[in-house]
Ligand binder design. Structure first.
Ligand SMILES: Cc1ncc(COP(=O)(O)O)c(C=O)c1O
Length: 407
């Protein structure tokens, strides 16, 4: 592959037009959309409009005049084609950690007598911490097993299987259908964390028989730093499940101001408090970047980009770096990790040269490929810069070794 070949791929790319939907700084190759998506070109105006005209001019009347009260479901509906669910099964709310707590607690409550939450060793920490905290609170047991042992570990004591669909380190993914079927065969519910899947790979939550899911709004969905999360509850379960955080916004009639809680029908019962309108305005702009785009095209380009990166890095760096993502593209999602002992310093040197990825302890350099705005030439150039930094040991400087609070 030459740079000209990569440029030819960009010229033939059916998603190339989507790059104009983002504002990216000149000279930066942004390979961190798996942690914080780039700024949608319309986000700034959307926020200004919400602040100046809605909050500023229309004040409290905006809850009705601009439908603020319905934004958590209205904006969630834009996620439906991205994750393969019905609009009525999705809600924007809280953070991923809080959504996890709500749905895990609702699930264990719906499976009385079962004492186990089953998860994976080395799951994303928040998934384990939330499950552990809930177990301590209600007297359950958190069991974690290796990914390959999950299917066999599901039994009639399992209340809920809680897994991250795409691993945040290596990008390996589970077969949702297999896990859902195995969970259901044992009478368990299954909860998926889609933080590294939604907006990156093609999902069919309904088709795969999913029960429950949560995910981040600020990664591939481009909702901005600290964007609210989303949650999914299959329609068939909505009346059965109860949120453990039953706040007034999840009430059937919040403005009746009853002393007693009566859950709303449908997904609305999983709301807790007043939605964060400014954050929702930004997430709305993020979801609009997917308008008219087929997730099959996104997934195909994501695989092509990550494969090109792996091929180019391995061709240039040989055994100096070790691929720590699955080699099989069928089970690899949209990011790639290479292990290198001084990976932190190398990543800082890359950032200094305009190639932005991130680092996950102890030694993983992580590169996320966002098909809506990354191109083949970007990937080609990033691999070349990485090889140059490694070959010249440019990373071996004190300024690149100082660990920041966020890696
Ligand atoms: C798999 C996964 N779950 C959850 C989170 C974060 O959750 P929260 O939005 O509560 O910070 C992350 C963040 O990187 C993640 O990778």
């Amino acid at each position: 592959m030459t740079l000209e070949d990569a440029e030819k791929l960009d010229a033939a790319d059916p998603l190339a037009f989507a790059r104009a939907r983002f504002r990216l700084p000149e000279g930066v190759i942004y390979l961190d959309g798996n942690s914080l998506g780039a700024l949608p070109a319309t986000a700034q105006a959307a926020l200004v409009n919400t602040v100046e005209h809605q909050w500023g001019d229309d004040l409290i009347t905006s809850w009705t005049k601009h439908d603020w009260i319905d934004w958590p479901t209205k904006i969630a509906a834009k996620l439906a084609p991205i994750v393969g669910a019905k609009p009525s099964e999705l809600l924007i709310a809280d953070s991923t950690s809080v959504c996890l707590f709500k749905l895990l607690a609702a699930a264990v409550q719906a499976r009385p007598g079962r004492r186990t939450i089953l998860s994976q060793e080395r799951n994303f920490p928040t998934d384990l911490y939330v499950a552990h905290g809930l177990c301590e609170m209600v007297g359950l047991k958190l069991r974690t097993v290796a990914p390959s042992a999950v299917l066999d570990a599901i039994d009639d004591d399992t209340a809920v299987v809680s897994l991250t669909h795409v691993d945040y380190r290596g990008a390996s993914s589970y077969d949702m259908r297999d896990i859902n079927d195995a969970g259901h065969a044992q009478g368990a519910l299954v909860l998926w964390d889609l933080s590294h899947s939604a907006g990156a790979v093609q999902l069919d939550l309904d088709g795969a028989g999913c029960d429950l899911a949560v995910g981040c709004g600020y990664k591939y969905l481009n909702g901005g730093p600290g964007a609210p999360a989303f949650l999914f509850v299959a329609e068939r379960l909505q009346d059965e499940l109860r949120s453990p955080l039953q706040g007034w916004m999840g009430h059937a009639e919040p403005f009746a101001f009853d002393d007693d809680f009566r859950p709303a029908t449908g997904i609305g019962r999983f709301l807790t408090g007043t939605p964060s309108i400014l954050a929702l305005a930004a997430l709305d702009a993020g979801l609009d970047t997917f308008e008219g785009i087929a997730m099959a095209d996104v997934e195909a380009k994501s695989r092509a980009l990550s494969q090109l990166f792996i091929d180019e890095v391995e061709a240039r760096c040989g055994s100096e770096v070790r691929l720590a993502s699955p080699r099989d593209p069928a089970i690899r999602a949209s990011h790639v990790v290479f292990a290198y002992a001084d990976g932190y310093a190398v990543m800082q040197a890359l950032i200094a040269r305009g190639v932005i990825g991130d680092f996950r302890a102890p030694d993983l350099m992580r590169f996320g490929f966002t098909p809506l705005y990354n191109g083949f030439a970007d990937v080609f150039n990033a691999a070349q810069i990485l090889a140059d930094i490694l070959g010249s040991r440019q990373w071996d400087q004190p300024r690149f070794r100082t660990r920041a609070k966020v890696t």
